[in-house]
Ligand binder design. Sequence first.
Ligand SMILES: Nc1nc2c(ncn2[C@@H]2O[C@H](COP(=O)(O)OP(=O)(O)OP(=O)(O)O)[C@@H](O)[C@H]2O)c(=O)[nH]1
Ligand SMILES: [Mg+2]
Length: 358
Amino acid sequence: MHITKFTIDKTRLLPILTKKLSSVTQSKAPKSLSNRQLFRQILPPHETLREIEALNLGKPRKRNSSPFKKKVNIIEKKKLERRLGDLTLEQEEHLELPHLSFFAGAKIPTSFPPERVQELCFVGRSNVGKSSLINALADTTVVRTSDKPGLTQQINFYAAGNMFNMVDMPGYGFAYVKDEERLKWKELIEIYISQRKTLKRIFVIVDARHASTPEPPEPKLGLKIADKEFISMLDRKNIEFQIILTKCDMVIAPDLARRHTIVKEQLQVYKNAIPQPMMVSARRKAGIYKLRKLLLTIIGGLERAREVANKKKEHRLADINNKSKTPLHKILKKFTNKKTPRYFYVKRKRERKSLKKE
Ligand SMILES: Nc1nc2c(ncn2[C@@H]2O[C@H](COP(=O)(O)OP(=O)(O)OP(=O)(O)O)[C@@H](O)[C@H]2O)c(=O)[nH]1
Ligand SMILES: [Mg+2]
């Protein structure tokens, strides 16, 4: 017989086979469930799933332009609606926040600006997306963001018109900076949070992907140790806070609902936690209108924001109506000899229709 290095030596294989068999028999005995199995066993409530679908929060499904695949998508949506109920939630109000501008940065407590208007602050582990969330809320890019943890290294104050301030904090937990620097940030954040009289609410930002990563020193499921330490500190000091799950566009809908459920359960221990965690995606601007409405309600500026939104809508309508009175082809003729393309008329018609719908 020709022997190669791939020829199976039965005498060597036997111990391996017996070992495998023993492991199979062992697995029949009751064994503690893995984190993944525990996670899969969670049944999220229907309303959470419905909210995620309606606000378009989960990881986007692949959209296909082929008519067959479109039909499949429609059928899937209908199936979901049968299971979860109507997926159109209460109409989202298209509210806007006032113009955002940077006005102060503080590395030490003595550099905090005077307490004039109400403030909302955003805290969380480094790189969870605090700065990006402020940008998305104010529909701007004034706040600097980075994919490296530890970009925001001081408390930054941003004025939203003269209505209120949004405060961006450095992150706690891992960051590409020295340990002593991080300790300084921690002290600074604690001083700000416990001494600021104009502070109306603390939003603790949690990365939706991390809400259940189980690494050995971390708890099996749910919030990370750094988050738990921070919110326990808030609870000891009797300071109210609310959790916001960000980067929801990176988690598939059922898993996101499970993570939301875990976090909600864990919050029951904290007496100063607002029980309902919010879900957003700063990148896809999902859930942002809902959060904006909440901010405005806390500040007491909801009515003013509604008035501004209505005025803007009226102006836009009037603009379109005025434009349509002077035929576009006459305006264009001044500059060119060409006829007005049909495209312009269709576009205007569509704009008018969508405004009426709003
Ligand atoms: N996919 C996705 N990425 C996001 C979202 N929000 C933020 N990011 C990304 O996350 C990274 C970190 O965002 P930052 O806003 O700088 O995070 P931060 O919490 O301010 O970080 P530090 O200032 O370092 O504490 C950036 O690369 C963002 O583009 C989101 O909703 N979805
Ligand atoms: Mg930042």
